[in-house]
Write a protein that binds this ligand. Sequence first.
Ligand SMILES: CSCCC(=O)C(=O)COP(=O)(O)O
Ligand SMILES: [Mg+2]
Length: 228
Amino acid sequence: MTVIRAIVTDIEGTTSSISFVKDVLFPYARKRLPAYIETHGDKPEVQHWLHEAAKEAGIVEASRQEVLELLLRWIDEDRKSTALKALQGMIWQEGYESGEYRAHVYPEVAARLHAWRGEGLHLYVYSSGSVPAQKLLFRYSESGDLSPLFAGNFDTETGPKREQASYERIVEAIGERPEHVLFLSDVVEELDAARAAGLRTGWLLRPPMEIPPQPRHPAYTSFDAIQL
Ligand SMILES: CSCCC(=O)C(=O)COP(=O)(O)O
Ligand SMILES: [Mg+2]
């Protein structure tokens, strides 16, 4: 077995519960999106992502109301749109900073990340959530500030998570050979894409999910079970 030198981890369903993202983060952003666009819509960064959302939907000359309705629909559909994720991240910042919530991480995650880092492994995040949203989540986690443990972050600006080319870009960016990189995720299609790019894979199946008799990828119910 080749040595693992770097670990790239997904967030939702892997380090953190799906419920935290779907029942806390998404409703928080959904409720505040109209007012956020109203009050921050003239900022260049917000304008950029509103424009990108309209472009993604193929709407030419979209009104602000049309883009808002589009974004609300995308939140309900859990669409992994880079523009939506960027805007959600800006809104979530207010919730973290006001102490409205802290980010869920599974109980063993912080200690395991610290242990891997202590062993000299380089840790990265690859999530559909925007890079600023990823940094906030680990900074304001229930297990304290975990953000210094990560050497880098990747989001869908690197490419979709179910495409081989995205993982090829990530290993190139981190400067490792793919066989020395372990990708952790709860989504089998993401793991298939990572394996196609030559990475090692680990499938997180958090209880009440169960490991199937012949899993397509090495499967674990927690980070503590992962064999490097
Ligand atoms: C960065 S926290 C928000 C997570 C999010 O918006 C999301 O879509 C999660 O996707 P993942 O790729 O982490 O499963
Ligand atoms: Mg996931």
